[in-house]
Design a protein around this ligand. Structure first.
Ligand SMILES: *[C@@H]1O[C@H](CO)[C@@H](O)[C@H](O)[C@H]1NC(C)=O
Ligand SMILES: *[C@@H]1O[C@H](CO)[C@@H](O)[C@H](O)[C@H]1NC(C)=O
Ligand SMILES: *[C@@H]1O[C@H](CO)[C@@H](O)[C@H](O)[C@H]1NC(C)=O
Ligand SMILES: *[C@@H]1O[C@H](CO)[C@@H](O)[C@H](O)[C@H]1NC(C)=O
Ligand SMILES: *[C@@H]1O[C@H](CO)[C@@H](O)[C@H](O)[C@H]1NC(C)=O
Length: 210
């Protein structure tokens, strides 16, 4: 991916964000400075996140990879109701069904093609195959996925979130990777404990939530 493509993507993503409504609680100050930062020494660096620089001109992804710029990585986002993630899809890779409980997601596909979809609360599936340059909205809290069906080429998307800390609930990990009783899961999924254990075996516990 050319350098300018990422730059254009980020600029467009930012301007689009003005159209979405905020999700986090309003703050009573212009911005929020963490206690460990000396307020009187603040300058532009506090409002700058450089953790995406390594992606520019980097190697194509070999797995599905997420690089986040959310409250956890970028404290200046506190109270601003916005954050970013760059999603890199290796050929044939999937971002399994998941939700973001605190924010909607505006995905901008900047390289490759991508199958995406979400399911609403009436269990209706809305899916689409995106081309480079397309933008897709995943409504707040709904289960969604992305899949790069191309078996030879990678894909890259930039996602903006309507929360500084949109949160992640991975359906496979939450259900099968957190120690819920085998019998309860077997009953819930109308299957047997052997099948549940096979599913559990391949799913590791989730990383600490931001
Ligand atoms: C914060 O920075 C100012 C200006 O450099 C300094 O005078 C003050 O002692 C610092 N405060 C703390 C708590 O370090
Ligand atoms: C801005 O603040 C950072 C962190 O306190 C400091 O390292 C940097 O030198 C400052 N930059 C300028 C131009 O003062
Ligand atoms: C939507 O998903 C169905 C399978 O559920 C698939 O057959 C169809 O091709 C998908 N549509 C798009 C536009 O990706
Ligand atoms: C997959 O990638 C190859 C190589 O870039 C390209 O020729 C092909 O058109 C892509 N296929 C799809 C379905 O986008
Ligand atoms: C468990 O369910 C799977 C899938 O239906 C089946 O193939 C398997 O034989 C079952 N195992 C036991 C021990 O019942």
């Amino acid at each position: 991916m050319a350098k300018y493509e990422l730059a254009v993507a980020l600029v467009l993503g930012l301007s689009l964000f003005g159209l979405t409504s905020a999700g986090d609680p309003d703050i009573l100050t212009d911005f929020v400075v963490p206690p460990n930062v000396n307020n009187s020494n603040l300058n532009g660096s506090f409002f700058t996140y450089t953790g995406m620089r390594s992606l520019v001109g980097g190697n194509p992804p070999t797995t599905f990879t997420v690089t986040k710029a959310s409250l956890n990585e970028f404290p200046a986002l506190d109270g601003q109701s916005v954050s970013y993630a760059v999603l890199e899809f290796a050929a044939g890779s999937v971002n399994p069904p998941h939700t973001h409980p605190r924010g909607s997601e505006l995905l901008f596909l900047i390289y490759g093609s991508l199958q995406v979809g979400f399911v609403d609360t009436t269990n209706k599936l809305f899916n689409q195959t995106l081309q480079t340059g397309d933008i897709f909205i995943f409504p707040k809290g709904l289960v969604h996925f992305q899949y790069n069906a191309n078996q030879t080429d990678f894909a890259v998307a930039v996602s903006a979130f309507g929360s500084a800390s949109a949160g992640l609930v991975s359906i496979p990990v939450t259900v099968f990777g957190t120690g819920i009783d085998d019998g309860i899961l077997a009953e819930s999924f109308k299957t047997n404990v052997t099948t549940i254990e096979a599913l559990k075996a391949v799913l590791t516990p989730p990383p600490p939530k931001a």
